[in-house]
Design a protein. Sequence first.
Length: 75
Amino acid sequence: MDFVRRWSEKTEIGTGRFIGWLAITASKFYDWRERYGKVNEHNGSVPRDFWLEAERDRKLEKARRQRRIRRQQAT
């Protein structure tokens, strides 16, 4: 959005021409413009804090195990 707006103003080339050069449809561009600056509202699940903590804990434990194994193999 910012790219098209900035260069359209600087060069006095119409937004429609930029849209064509970017190979996107006008409806897609104007949908993006309508949503610009708004919170992303989608139907996907939103990660919860406790999910992230559990995932982080699993990754840390896996890294600790790998470190222990490497240390044991080095001795």
